[in-house]
Every structure is written in C-alpha cells, then in structure tokens.
Design a protein around this ligand. Structure first.
Ligand code: LLP
Length: 403
C-alpha cells in the first residue's frame, strides 16, 4: 500500500501538481463489494467511469471483472479502447440528443433511457433493440443537493408516477425493456435510503415482463475525514440480497443484479500532490498557497467537500493551524483552519481521497494546464497521463483576423 514516503519520492520524480492512484486500494474495494453482495445469485459490477476515466485505470478495473457504466459517447469510446466489449457497457445519459443515443445503440452498448419522449422515439425507430429504463423512485438520498438525484423534483429518470404512460408506449411500440435502473445520489450513507428506494424499484419492476437485470446504481459513501463513517455495505449487501432473491422467486426468473459504484472503488485510491508556493501571514490567518486551485480539484469549493491534507515534507512534524488555498483569481479554499504539520515554502502537501471526481472534474481555468496522473502498481510508479502544456491551452483556438 502506498505510504507518504513513497508519495514524496513520486512527487520528486514527476513534479507537482500530480495525481497518483494506487491499484491495491481499487482491488481491495472491489473485493469488499463482491464479498458484501455475495448472497446475490447473479452479481455484476459496472464501474462508473465518470469518477476516474483514465484508460489505464479502466483497463485495471476491467481485469478485476467489472463492466462499465458510462454517461457520454466519449466515455463509451474510452471504455472500448480500454478493452471493454460493447455488451459490457451500459450508457445512462441524461438529456443528450437522440442522435447520440442512436449512435451508441448501434455500437451494441446497453442503452438506459431516462425520459419518455426519447423512449417513444427510440421505440418507434429501433424497436428491435432492447433498452433499460431509469426510474426515479422519489427518495431523498445523497450527501448534498447537487448530488441527490432520485427525488421528485430531480431532472433524472422517469417518475414512478409515469409508469402507466411508460406501459402504453411499450405496448404501442413493442419495444423490449430488458432492464430497469435507479441511481439516487452520491454519498448515500443511510442504508435505509438505499433499501427504501430499492423496495420501490422492485415493486415497480413487476410491471416489466422481459427483464434480464435490475441496476441499483451507485452512491455508497466513503470516509473522507479521519474516523469518518461510511455506508455499511455488508449490512446493505445482506438485506438487499434477501429482497432481490425473493423478488426473483416471485418474478419467476433469476436475473442479474447490477451495481455501478464510482467513489467506492476509486476515491480512496487517489492522492493529489501539490507544492507550497507561498506561506502568507495576514492579520488573522496563515494562508498556504499551493501550485494548484479549483482548476485541478474543485470538490472542496463546489460541494464544500472535505479532503484531508497532510504535509509529507514534514511527516510527524509539530502541527499548526493553516488555511490552504490555491493560486486562482477568486476564492478557492481547499481547507480552512486545518491542523497540519508545520509548512514551509516548497513543501509537498497531499490531498487524500483524490481518486473520484477530482481529475475528471479538472479544467483549464486561468489558462492553466491539467496535471499528470501516475499509477502506483506493484510498488512501481507508472506515468499514465502527461501534464498538459501551453500547446494544449492554445490547441483548437483559431487566431482569426478581424477588420
Ligand atoms: N450511476 C450513475 C447513473 C451516476 O450518475 C453516478 C454518479 C454513479 C453511478 C456513481 O456514483 P458514485 O458511486 O460515484 O457515488 N461529482 C460528485 C459526484 C457526482 C455523481 C454523479 N453520478 C462528487 O464529487 O461528489
């Protein structure tokens, strides 16, 4: 397992800012999930590529036995390049054009439709292609309102109240519904939220006679703070398996049970390494400015998410209180009043839990390049993405002559 001293060596070798991912942690989490849901007769894991979509990571997760959950045609293409077969990929877009859905369907990827008008159009044009439908179960779940997506006012899924319309479309178009799906949110801590939503999904599943699978989505909460709690996946696994297995009995067929975790598999595997540009004492605060900002790691600013920060250039050093910020032209606080080992200019600070939704949400704001990514695999560090440079910032811009 990756230690702080290894991270410092990697920072020296590749420079900062830098994302590092540990395959050991991904494998461990994958195995925990398989164990927790061992009582489900036909379990399938579809890793949610949006969390971390580097193709080497995708390849590693495929080797573990996973399928892939995707949200865009670009993620589908990355999955195919990483070696997933089209049949191992599910595509769950939200509000994308009909043409993109049709293109992905023609690749042989499992389509998951989340609105009625597209289902009708798809059924009329491609009734021979079976589709999954995303149901909105109307539950409040998830860590904050931006990532809570299964409630009544959410833009995601087809409401359980619209099932009669769905059934009419299915009967008119003769389209086959081979799966139903839900995803209620991210950072879902309370397993009762998950179980309530699952009960609703299973109850409504009975309306669909040709199901090959039910997809319960992702959203398990991982610990972010030291001593933080996480979703009790063992208890959830046991309780959900009981419900699912008895559903299969009444349904008269053993169908696949699908989960699509993102954070659970990769959050803990990731480390974001940065260097200290400036230590600035003001009247009230000691600010630590890093060679990064929300262009590289936006979760603390966008969701007020906590990412644990340590000074790996001063491991075991005496702690002081700092406010860690970036170099961006607006407020970009990574952590306020944090107790961190004494910090000096040039020190390397690490952000924990930087595997999920960190690199994939990075941008070129302030015309800054995005950082490199390194994989820590079998005690070796492998570069899996080069740092962007100024050419990448300029690339695709057209220098147009104006009168
Ligand atoms: N399935 C679907 C359809 C999803 O939309 C998502 C995440 C997942 C699975 C995986 O959820 P997870 O297991 O990773 O919680 N950027 C936010 C999280 C957004 C999640 C979007 N959908 C964050 O950084 O907290």
């Amino acid at each position: 397992m990756l230690q702080n001293k290894d991270l410092l060596t990697i920072a020296k070798e590749f420079g900062t800012p830098l994302y590092v991912y540990d395959t050991y942690s991904i494998k461990k989490q994958y195995e925990r999930l398989i164990t927790a849901f061992k009582n489900v007769s036909k379990l399938k894991i579809n890793y949610a590529a949006k969390a971390l979509s580097n193709i080497t990571i995708l390849k590693f997760i495929k080797k573990l036995g996973s399928g892939l959950d995707t949200v865009s045609i670009q993620e589908v293409k990355l999955g195919l390049i990483a070696g997933f077969k089209a049949g191992e990929i599910i595509y769950t877009p939200n509000g994308v054009s009909f043409n993109e859905i049709a293109e992905v369907a023609k690749m042989g990827v499992q389509i998951n439709i989340d609105n009625i008008s597209i289902l009708k159009e798809f059924g009329e044009k491609y009734k021979s292609i079976p589709v999954c439908i995303r149901i909105n179960p109307h539950v409040d779940a998830g860590g904050n309102y931006k990532i809570s997506v299964g409630h009544e006012d959410s833009k995601f899924g087809i409401s359980i109240n619209q099932i009669p319309i769905l059934l009419t479309i299915i009967s008119n178009t003769k389209i086959k519904i081979n799966g139903i799906h839900m995803h209620t949110g991210s950072d879902v801590l309370d397993i009762n939220d998950f179980l309530n939503a699952s009960d609703i999904l299973l109850k409504h599943a009975m309306y669909f006679k040709d199901l090959d699978f039910i997809d319960f989505g992702g959203g398990f909460k991982v610990p972010y703070k030291p001593g933080d709690i996480e979703t009790n996946i063992n208890e959830l696994g046991n309780k959900l398996a009981d419900r699912f297995n008895s559903f299969c009995k009444s349904y008269g067929k053993k169908i696949d049970f699908i989960l699509e975790p993102g954070k659970f598999l990769v959050s803990d595997a990731g480390y974001f390494l940065t260097s200290v540009n400036v230590v600035k004492q003001t009247n009230s605060t000691i600010f630590v400015h890093l060679n990064s900002g929300f262009n590289h790691l936006i979760r603390p600013m966008y969701y007020d998410s906590y990412h644990h920060i340590e000074n790996i250039s001063n491991i075991g050093g005496k702690k002081k209180i700092y406010t860690v910020v970036g170099y961006i032209c607006e407020t970009d606080t990574f952590g306020k009043n944090r107790e961190i080992e004494k910090i000096s200019k040039g020190d390397v600070l690490v952000f924990k839990n930087a595997g999920a939704y960190c690199f994939t949400m990075a941008s070129n704001y302030n015309s800054r390049p995005r950082p490199s990514e390194v994989l820590w695999h079998n005690n070796k560090s492998l570069l899996i993405r080069e740092e962007e440079d100024f050419d990448d910032i300029l690339n695709k811009q057209l220098d147009v002559e104006l009168d």
